[in-house]
Write a protein that binds this ligand. Structure first.
Ligand SMILES: NC(=O)C1=CN([C@@H]2O[C@H](COP(=O)(O)OP(=O)(O)OC[C@H]3O[C@@H](n4cnc5c(N)ncnc54)[C@H](O)[C@@H]3O)[C@@H](O)[C@H]2O)[C@@H](O)CC1
Ligand SMILES: [K+]
Length: 489
């Protein structure tokens, strides 16, 4: 599913107007879609209170009020600012609505009310005033249900962050396509249940405004790129993944990655193990091969084997000079650089970026928030920039696909493609879960998938495995719960 930034939604609106679509007609359809949702999902409320703002979001609110009144619901409107100053379509909507607006200050939430939040949508430009913040807090304390029009007021549709305060909606009805703020946290939680209403802007116009670069992660993005196992395929034709283990006592993370890599179809997986850890790894693995590898010279010997098609380095490895040397040698082939493989460059991120810049963007960096801040401190600190823009900026700088982890993982490629992953259950945030994710992506890279598609597919498969394993899972459970790739093709 494609996502539209609020600016792109504005562009779609303009393109629709240029192609002769009546903008007031769009507002009417938007308002009636919200009213239909109210009647369907909040049929038992005593009265609907529409909070109408000074722009077109408020205009939608007047249409909702009219539609609900037509259906026999008891409706009141409380307007922010002077309704006589409304302009354009919002002004028309106000005068076509038979209910006279009252002042917003006069509204106190009462049990039995349904609040229709039509204060601000895509045009929110600055933090909310003290009075609006106080009202939002009062409504929150009363626990009355809130149905948000387009976005919960106060929430930035671009970044998913509240500008000051924001409503915590029960449901949100948005139009044509969701916005990044509906999926990025905390926005996703503030929206409640999300509905997307078609208000009649042709999809060709929506696509033209969007540029095809930002989506919700789903199999549609990467299904065609999945490796297909031909009948009679040899194990070497399904790729060979090398996973780098840490020293004795720290091998568990790499073992999890290796297991995930083989479970998602890599033909061969070899754990490269320092001498100190050979006995420990051998005691735990059967399907995974193992090779002693201590020094960078051993690594160069190993790299002479051109059938080694991808690597995972970082989980449990140690964030030291040896990690830097190894990553720099591996980057010539598709490599997942995770955990210590990232932190090893905290003092000199440019060393990593220069190395990655020598090759096609076939490597995947998988930082969580702390690792992201270590590698991209200035991007991480930019509060005006949401997680999608942060991941995009990081990816362009690093010349690699960046998978910025979290409950709202964002995957970005240097060419600007980006996806927000939304299928991860909360219990997936457990020790070792990231090691499994790195191994899944490594397994897909080893089978020849491109980095962006492999990272998107990896995040999605990881979420699916988490849902299948269920609450209380441990990271060891995940590889065994990975769905077969054939389920998506
Ligand atoms: N783009 C489209 O195709 C459509 C848009 N529609 C609606 O139009 C909305 C966007 O309308 P607008 O662009 O008029 O924007 P909004 O109605 O979201 O807000 C703009 C108004 O709020 C004021 N404002 C912004 N931040 C404020 C703050 N913190 N405190 C006080 N005032 C503030 C602005 O000065 C302006 O008057 C969408 O969210 C959606 O609800 C719908 O009518 C359907 C069609
Ligand atoms: K709103």
């Amino acid at each position: 599913m494609i996502l539209l930034t609020p600016d792109e939604m504005g562009a779609a609106d303009r393109l629709a107007a240029e192609s002769g679509i009546d903008s007031y007609g769009l507002m009417v359809k938007a308002g009636y879609a919200v009213a239909a949702s109210a009647l369907k999902h909040f049929a038992t409320v005593r009265r609907a209170i529409v909070l109408a703002g000074p722009g077109n979001n408020g205009g939608d609110g007047y249409v909702v009020a009219r539609a609900l009144a037509e259906s026999g619901m008891d409706v009141a409107i409380h307007a922010l600012g002077d309704p006589d100053k409304l302009k354009g379509d919002a002004r028309t909507a106000r005068f076509e609505c038979p209910i006279e607006p009252q002042s917003l200050e006069a509204y106190l939430p009462q049990a039995g009310d349904l609040v229709i939040d039509a204060l601000f949508g895509a045009g929110l430009a600055r933090p909310l005033s003290g009075a609006v913040t106080a009202l939002i807090e009062a409504i929150g304390r009363k626990g009355v249900p809130v149905l948000a029009v387009d976005l919960p007021s106060g929430l930035s549709g671009a970044t998913g962050a509240p500008l000051g305060a924001a409503f915590h909606a029960t449901r949100t009805v948005t139009f044509m396509a969701p916005k990044p703020g509906h999926y990025l946290l905390p926005g996703r939680d503030l929206c409640g249940v999300l509905e997307v209403a078609d208000i009649g802007i042709p999809m060709r116009i929506v696509r033209a405004a969007q540029g095809g670069k930002l989506s919700v992660n789903s199999p549609a993005l990467w299904r065609a790129a999945l490796p297909h196992s031909a009948a009679g395929a040899h194990k070497f034709s399904r790729g060979h993944l090398g996973v780098f283990s840490g020293p004795a006592g720290k091998t568990g993370a790499a073992r999890l990655s290796a297991m995930a890599g083989i479970r998602c179809g890599a033909g061969l997986v070899t754990l490269a193990v320092p001498a100190s850890a050979e006995a420990e790894v051998a005691a735990h693995q059967t399907a995974i091969m193992q090779r002693r590898l201590d020094e960078a010279d051993d690594l160069r010997d190993w790299l002479a084997d051109r059938r080694l098609s991808a690597f995972v380095i970082g989980p449990g490895f140690g964030a030291d000079a040896r990690a830097r040397e190894f990553v720099q040698a591996l980057a010539e082939r598709p490599t997942v650089i995770d955990a210590d493989g990232i932190s090893a460059f905290a003092e000199a991120p440019d060393e990593l970026f220069v190395t990655l810049g020598r090759f096609a963007p076939h490597c995947v960096l998988t930082p969580h928030q702390g690792e992201f801040s270590r590698l991209f401190p200035d991007i991480a600190a930019d509060d005006d920039c949401g997680k999608v823009e942060k991941a995009r900026a990081a990816s362009a700088r690093a010349h690699a696909v960046v998978l910025y982890k979290g409950a709202d993982t964002v995957i970005a490629a240097p060419d600007g493609r980006a996806a927000i992953n939304a299928n991860a259950p909360p219990w997936l945030a457990t020790a070792g879960s990231g090691d499994v994710l790195a191994g899944i992506i490594g397994g897909l890279l080893a089978q020849g998938m491109e980095a962006f598609e492999a990272a998107c597919a990896g995040a999605f498969l990881h979420g699916e495995a988490g849902s299948r394993a269920g609450e209380g899972l441990t990271a060891e459970d995940l590889p065994g719960h990975l769905p077969p790739l054939s389920a998506f093709s």
